[in-house]
Structures are given as structure tokens and as C-alpha cells.
Ligand binder design. Structure first.
Ligand SMILES: Cc1cc2nc3c(=O)[nH]c(=O)nc-3n(C[C@H](O)[C@H](O)[C@H](O)COP(=O)(O)OP(=O)(O)OC[C@H]3O[C@@H](n4cnc5c(N)ncnc54)[C@H](O)[C@@H]3O)c2cc1C
Length: 528
């Protein structure tokens, strides 16, 4: 009994109670989310004398680093200032893909007549229900990232509060000092701000707030035609908003293959999205109940009246307030924390991982990089056995409809690196299953090293391109050439046959040389 009292006393004296958080609207789903990802009754544990690894940020990068290290027996502290799960679970992949699913249902119903299915009544899009489903799904997924799970299953000490370095081997959080042998910065990014006159005063939404909406914005201006802007533009348009997509350059998705972007532009225009390309926003102001955007195209000022503005113009790394100067970790606002190929910062005891330091800002990239950090920070001695970021083959996908998925090099990149390529491109309208599905807008384009079957990169545009790109990623990761894909039997009819057809095109290009043709016809003539 005395012991219990003594322990209790110690708990009260040294353990800290983090600030509660809220996620609007505070319904039962968001309450369940918070209960998992930042429990209101959470008591930060008493810090261990020294941690093998202190991880700052519990998004994908931090979670995977902490869980993996914990499972391997390391003493790990994980610090999160807001919600575990970071952007992906709370304000990124999960909520956006949930909304996209609802939007696809709308599109399927809208185009049902094409398939001989009549829809007698107008489609009733219940936006509040769509958003409630989003909150429900998000809360259902949230136990995976929960504080309790990390504590109980992975043996990780979870601390809530804002972390900052206080000396070369300590991090401070909520009044506690965590001593470390190694640390990992996994603080992610925030929506980039754009300097447009009047924008801050008028107000706008970003990925941090858009998934909390309960009412549909009737007229929505989206600034930024990158993957976040495009996914949300199509989603809101399909869910009944009138969407205006403002993009500074002459095309959307301007990092992707131009042919892919061209298809998406055609689809967007057909679905009613107003594409305002090459537009420069001069200022924004509020007039009674609406927001007025003054923008310029070809030197001509135009006026756009909307109910809401969504800013999706890129990401800014979360480096502020970490006291990185104290520990000699170099960073800048563009690249975030500067790391080498081993994800080591300019302080050899401190690593960085995920969006805060990487060009590939994706959940699966953060996950893959976290595994590198575990190996390099905890299990490498004298630099032996270290893993490199550059050894990864990274696919990605924009979840528009059709999806745009890519892996490896683009032709432009190959040109810049002086690598000569051959490209094999097969349109989806030559694939039976795509014709059957009525999903012929798209293609598979595969780039190989000139004169060989070594795959250097690929772009697929198809309704489920994100699923299909893995075949090429697998091939690239394991050094399988296009020949191996040509040899692989694909079930008929599937849209993935487009990949085999591209591989067949490669095989034909090798077989149908004049020399081979002559040899074959001589042989066959002799056999007659
Ligand atoms: C709308 C949207 C859709 C997306 N869709 C996809 C998709 O479909 N597929 C995909 O692969 N990727 C997608 N992404 C990208 C993906 O969300 C990110 O790549 C991923 O979340 C990066 O993980 P991270 O751990 O590096 O950073 P984050 O997820 O940002 O996590 C960083 C964490 O650190 C915490 N933190 C920051 N500073 C501190 C501090 N000082 N102390 C303590 N904690 C701190 C933050 O609160 C946060 O929880 C999407 C992103 C957005 C915005």
C-alpha cells in the first residue's frame, strides 16, 4: 500500500498532462478519433534515463520509425503535438480518398445510362452525409495509429506536446527532458502560404480544414493544380460544387507526363470544372456574402465570385520552433531539413525522415524511408550496413478519375541526365477490358534504356492506375526487364493487359528487325 502511494505521488510530481485538442465538428466519430490519436486523459510517461531513439512527430514517418525501432527492442520516445497519424490519417490520404470514393459513386450514377441503366430521379448528393462517412471511416482506421497501441504493442513511450531540442542530446516536451542517443525529426509539412493581397483577411481553407466542412461550398475556387488541388477539384465538382481551378502555369499536374495532364484537362472540362490556366491572382476581397477574386490572364483582369477559396499551392516543411540551430541541424524553407542519402542531418546523431526532408512527399515514401532510418540510426556501426534513400524505386499516384500513376524517370528527366530511352506506349482503347468497362481514356507508357529492356520509368493513366503501377515497380525494384513482363501471363480481360501489350511492343521491336525477319522467313521457307 505504501508502495502504491509512493508511486502515485511520483506520478503526480513528474508526469505531465497534455493539453486536450479538438477536431471540428465534435461528433462521436471525431471524439473517437481523438480518443485514439490524442486521448484527453493521456498522462505523459515518466521519461526513461536515456532513449536509443527520440522521434519527433507521429505522422507516417514517425510512427513507422518508432514502431519498427520499438519492435526491435530499442527504448523509444515518440512525441506528437497534435494528432498521431499526422496528415495522412487526419487531413490527407484517408479523408481525401474517402471523399473521392463518394464522388466516384456520383460519377458512376451520372454515366449509368451509357451502360443501359436508367436513373429515374435526380441524384441527391447529401454532402453532410458524405462528410459524416468520411469522419466515420477516419475514426475506424484510427486505432492503427493510436497512442495506446504504440505504448502497448510496440513498447513506445508516447508524449503529447510540442518538442524542441534543448541541447545536443536532449529534447524538451511538456516540461519533460528526453535524453537521446539518436533522434529522428519527422515533423512533416504544412500548407504553403501564398502572398496574395487580401487573402489572409478574407480567409480560406486548406487540407487542414477542408475535411471538417459540413456544408458544401456552392462556388469553390481552388488555387493550385497539383495533385491535391486536382483531386479535390474533381471531388467537389462531382459532389455538386461549382469548381474553378486556378493554375499559374499552362497546364495542371505539370510535373506529370504532358499526355497524362492533357487527358485530365479534357476530363475536367467535360465534367464542368472551370480551368483557369495561366492565371495570376492579383487580390482578393470580401463583398457582403461572397469572396471576389481579381485575377489576370494574358494581361487582362478578370473577376471571379465564389463562396470559398481552397489553397493547395504546395507544402512548407515544419522546421520552425524545433531549435535546430542549437543542435547544428541545417535546414531551409524550401527543402526542409537537409539530409544526406542516409537520411542523416548535419548533426550525425540526428536523422530526418518523411515530408520534412524528402522530395517524395507520400505516405509510402515516408514509410520506406523510416525503415532506412531505423537501420542507419540503430544498427549501423562505423557506417557499415547503412541503407540509402537513392536505392528506393518510388511510385506515386494522383487519385483523380482516371488515376495518374508514375514510377521512375520521366523522358524530360532522362534527357536532362543524358540517358537515351525507348518508349512503348499503348492506349487503353486498344485493351478489351477498358472498352468493356467504358474506361478507355488513358494509356500505359513505359520507358526503357535505349536498346535494352531495362525499365527506367512508366506512367499509367487508367481508372485504377494506382493498383496497376505496382507491376512495373516490382519489375524495376527487382531488375526485371520488359522481357519478363512480356513473358508473364496476364488474365484476360483485365486493364493490366495494357502493360503486357507495351511489353509485347518491346518484344516486337526486338524481333522485327530486318535481320531477324530475313532469318525467320528463310527458315520458314525451308520448312515448307
Ligand atoms: C490532401 C492530401 C492528400 C494526400 N494524399 C496522399 C495519398 O493519397 N497518398 C500518399 O502517399 N500521400 C498522400 N498525401 C501525403 C501524405 O499525407 C504525406 O506524405 C505523409 O503524411 C507524410 O508523413 P510525415 O510523417 O512525413 O508527416 P506528417 O504526416 O505531416 O506528420 C508530421 C507530424 O509531426 C507533428 N509535429 C510537427 N512539429 C512537431 C513538434 N515540434 N513536436 C511534436 N510534433 C510535431 C505534426 O503534428 C504531425 O502529426 C496527401 C497529403 C495531403 C495534404
Amino acid at each position: 500500500m505504501i508502495l502504491v502511494v509512493a508511486r502515485k505521488k511520483r506520478i503526480v510530481m513528474s508526469q505531465t498532462f497534455p493539453e486536450p485538442v479538438s477536431v471540428p465538428p465534435m461528433d462521436r466519430y471525431n471524439q473517437a478519433l481523438i480518443n485514439n490519436l490524442h486521448p484527453p486523459n493521456w498522462v505523459n510517461p515518466e521519461p526513461a534515463p536515456c532513449y536509443n531513439l527520440v522521434v519527433i512527430g507521429a505522422g507516417t514517418a514517425g510512427l513507422v520509425t518508432a514502431a519498427g525501432a520499438g519492435l526491435l527492442g530499442a527504448k523509444v520516445a515518440l512525441v506528437e503535438k497534435f494528432l498521431m497519424g499526422g496528415d495522412c490519417t487526419n487531413v490527407g490520404c484517408v479523408p481525401s480518398k474517402t471523399m473521392i470514393r463518394s464522388a466516384r459513386v456520383v460519377a458512376d450514377i451520372k454515366y449509368a445510362e451509357k451502360f443501359g441503366i436508367g436513373t429515374s430521379r435526380e441524384i441527391n448528393i447529401d454532402f453532410p452525409s458524405v462528410m459524416e462517412r468520411l469522419r466515420q471511416i477516419r475514426s475506424e482506421i484510427s486505432p492503427n495509429d493510436s497512442a495506446k497501441r504504440f505504448q502497448q504493442e510496440f513498447g513506445v513511450d508516447v508524449f503529447f506536446g510540442e518538442a524542441r531540442f534543448s541541447s545536443s542530446d536532449t529534447v524538451e516536451v511538456a516540461g519533460e527532458t528526453l535524453r537521446f542517443k539518436k533522434a529522428a525529426i519527422a515533423t512533416g509539412t504544412s500548407p504553403a502560404k501564398i502572398p496574395i493581397e487580401g487573402l489572409e483577411e478574407v480567409g480560406y481553407i486548406t487540407n487542414k480544414t477542408v475535411f471538417s466542412l459540413t456544408q458544401r461550398p456552392q462556388r469553390l475556387a481552388i488555387i493550385g493544380g497539383g495533385y491535391i488541388g486536382c483531386e479535390l477539384a474533381q471531388t467537389f465538382q462531382r459532389l455538386g460544387s461549382e469548381v474553378f481551378l486556378l493554375q499559374r502555369s499552362s497546364r495542371i499536374l505539370n510535373r506529370e507526363d504532358p499526355a497524362a495532364a492533357e487527358i485530365m484537362q479534357k476530363v475536367f472540362v467535360r465534367e464542368g470544372i472551370q480551368l483557369l490556366l495561366e492565371s495570376k491572382i492579383n487580390r482578393v476581397e470580401r463583398q457582403e456574402v461572397e469572396t471576389v477574386i481579381y485575377y489576370e490572364v494574358n494581361g487582362q483582369e478578370q473577376v471571379l465570385r465564389v463562396d470559398e477559396i481552397l489553397v493547395a499551392t504546395g507544402r512548407t516543411p515544419n522546421v520552425e520552433g524545433l531549435n535546430l540551430e542549437v543542435v547544428g541541424v541545417k535546414y531551409n524553407q524550401k527543402q526542409g531539413v537537409i539530409v544526406d542519402d542516409y537520411l542523416q542531418t548535419t548533426n550525425h546523431r540526428i536523422y530526418a525522415v518523411g515530408d520534412v526532408c524528402m522530395q517524395w512527399q507520400f505516405t509510402h515514401a515516408a514509410d520506406a524511408a523510416a525503415r532506412i532510418v531505423i537501420q542507419n540510426a540503430l544498427f549501423s556501426i562505423f557506417g557499415l550496413g547503412r541503407k540509402k534513400l537513392s536505392s528506393l524505386t518510388m511510385p506515386w499516384c494522383t487519385y483523380t478519375d482516371p488515376e495518374v500513376a508514375h514510377v521512375g524517370m520521366y523522358p524530360k528527366e532522362a534527357r536532362e541526365k543524358g540517358v537515351e530511352i525507348d518508349t512503348f506506349c499503348v492506349p487503353l482503347n486498344s485493351v478489351d477490358r477498358a472498352i468493356i468497362d467504358g474506361e478507355t481514356e488513358g494509356f500505359a507508357k513505359i520507358h526503357v534504356k535505349k536498346g535494352t529492356d531495362k525499365i527506367l520509368g512508366a506512367t499509367i493513366v487508367a481508372r485504377h492506375a494506382g493498383e496497376m503501377i505496382s507491376e512495373l515497380t516490382l519489375a524495376m525494384t527487382n531488375n526485371l526487364g520488359l522481357k519478363a513482363i512480356a513473358k508473364t501471363i496476364h488474365p484476360y480481360p483485365t486493364q493490366a493487359e495494357v502493360i503486357r501489350k507495351a511489353a509485347d511492343a518491346y518484344s516486337r521491336s526486338r524481333l522485327m528487325t530486318p535481320g531477324v525477319k530475313k532469318l525467320a522467313s528463310t527458315w520458314l521457307a525451308w520448312r515448307r
